[in-house]
Design a protein around this ligand. Structure first.
Ligand code: NAD
Ligand code: WQD
Length: 336
């Protein structure tokens, strides 16, 4: 069975991707330093997959840990999730973000080249588009100056991959630009585990519903959108996980020294208020929410053009916003 190294595989998107890979007959090898995840995820994964996942606790900036993994396993490809992702913190601690997010990719690429490991799927983000002038955004929509050091690390990492592949190192790489990942595994056994007070919409909603937060504030209802609140493209984490599987499949069919980039979203935008209403409806509860001021620096509206990933990778989302809101709540309830 092919072994795929999943850096950051104990985290939110990585753990769901480990499930999808295992169910497709691949063997995930997880490398995570648990800086933003918990070892308990491994037991949860075992319950879902039916086998204990192979796990290495270590830092993706440390070449020695890769050598240890390579000694034990023949790795066919890598999915590189490991990164810090708190936008606000990145403005306070930019070096922490540049060092971890860019540094880890450099160490990993060196390792891959030395060991002849060809394929890498990289976690990029729709944040590289900033507030686009034309919607929906295609992969050729110009990237904007990043609004945060975090966002900049994603742009720089994309550029690193382009430059590296151009140097003909024998690598095939895909950057997936995720829109807004939401939802959880339908079993409720794995999901997003935010550290402290959540910054993102869905964990804030579920923690409010659970009584951990008193209320959720909608950041502005006077934007130029149908109900005045911001618009995002919310993609179920299981669909997102599946896109990684399809990207790996596709890479294995390409000539070496290949690079491409794909949006991963549903192709639909939903407003923040629509999300709240959907959450209330599918879960049959009332959320305590209020309208507050705009959040500084917020993108007003963005959603993906998904024609490229649909046609080239043969990937389609199969979960609805309703599914996402049900699964997110199911996960939160299980945390009590
Ligand atoms: P997450 O924090 O849940 O998972 C990341 C994992 O990487 C964590 O388990 C953390 O412990 C680990 N990690 C971080 N630095 C590491 C290091 N140096 N060595 C080893 N492990 C390390 O985040 P996520 O939401 O699953 O995001 C995964 C990737 O997707 C990240 O690169 C993130 O920037 C990107 N992304 C996330 C979103 C989102 O909204 N969740 C959107 C776009 C892109
Ligand atoms: C979504 C919408 C808020 C919380 C972040 C990162 C970005 C990317 C995706 C990684 C916005 C509104 C939120 C709340 C609210 N991540 N909101 N009340 O802004 O799309 O971007 O995640 O690459 O880099 O910045 O996601 O979940 O923070 O916000 O009204 O309490 O929900 O204003 O319109 P966002 P988000």
């Amino acid at each position: 069975m092919k072994k795929i190294l999943i850096t950051g595989g104990a985290g939110y998107i990585g753990s769901h991707t480990a499930v999808v890979l295992a169910e497709a007959g691949l063997t995930p090898v997880i490398l995570d330093d648990l800086s933003n995840s918990s070892e308990s995820v491994l037991g949860r994964l075992e319950e879902i997959i039916g086998a204990k996942p192979i796990f290495y606790k270590g830092d993706c900036n440390d070449r020695a840990i890769y050598e240890e993994i390579a000694k034990d396993h023949e790795i066919s490809g890598v999915i590189h999730f490991a990164a810090f992702k708190a936008v606000g913190e990145s403005t306070q601690l930019p070096l922490k973000y540049y060092r971890n997010n860019i540094g880890s990719l450099l160490v990993l690429l060196d390792f891959m080249q030395d060991k002849g490991i060809k394929d890498i799927v990289f976690s990029s983000s729709c944040t590289v588009y900033g507030q686009p002038d034309v919607l929906p955004v295609t992969e050729s929509t110009p990237r904007k100056d990043a609004e945060s050091p975090y966002g900049n690390t994603k742009k720089v990492c994309e550029d690193v991959l382009v430059d590296f592949v151009n140097s003909k190192p024998g690598i095939r790489a895909i950057s997936l630009r995720y829109f807004n990942p939401v939802g959880a595994h339908p079993s409720g056994k794995i999901g997003e585990l935010p550290n402290g007070t959540p910054n993102n919409l869905i964990p804030y909603i579920t923690q409010t519903a659970a009584g951990i937060r008193e209320k959720i504030t909608v950041f502005g209802d006077d934007y130029d959108t149908p109900d005045g609140s911001c618009i995002r493209d919310f993609i179920h984490v299981m669909d997102l996980a599946d896109a990684h599987m399809k990207a790996l499949d596709y890479l294995s069919q390409q000539e070496i020294d290949f690079y491409d980039v794909f949006n991963v979203g549903t192709g639909n935008g939903n407003t923040v208020l629509e999300v709240i209403n959907t959450f209330e409806k599918v879960n049959d509860l009332k959320l305590n929410y209020e309208i507050g001021p705009r959040r500084a620096g917020d993108v007003i509206k963005i959603w993906a053009d998904t024609q490229k990933i649909n046609s080239v990778l043969g990937w389609q989302p199969s979960y609805s916003l309703e599914d996402s809101m049900r699964d997110s709540w199911n996960w939160e309830k299980g945390l009590k």
